[in-house]
Design a protein around this ligand. Structure first.
Ligand SMILES: [Zn+2]
Ligand SMILES: [Zn+2]
Length: 94
């Protein structure tokens, strides 16, 4: 079971990043965009068997808008894994 762990220097958390299929990513992103992060957290928790705090940390680092830092709204690169140059937060772009 592939999943990565990335350390976020901003919040000093280790973020577990499970592998997702395209439709799973869409569903999670929809919850985030609709401002229903709890749905996204539940999804990750149940489908990927992360504990609650890992699921929360994961969803927190997901960008609702690709290329816009989830924390400070700075424009960042469009690569999948990006550290924001302004706030140093880890960003996950899907
Ligand atoms: Zn962080
Ligand atoms: Zn930022």
């Amino acid at each position: 079971m592939g999943f990565k762990i990335i350390y976020c220097i901003r919040c000093k958390n280790e973020i577990s990043i499970p592998e997702f299929g395209t439709s799973e990513k869409e569903e999670i992103l929809n919850h985030v965009r609709e401002n229903l992060p709890l749905y996204a957290i539940q999804f990750v928790k149940i489908k990927k068997h992360l504990d609650l705090s890992s699921s929360k940390a994961f969803v927190q680092h997901l960008n609702a808008k690709k290329g816009i830092c989830h924390r400070c709204n700075k424009e960042i690169s469009l690569e999948e894994n990006v550290v924001c140059s302004r706030c140093k937060s880890f960003n996950l772009n899907w």
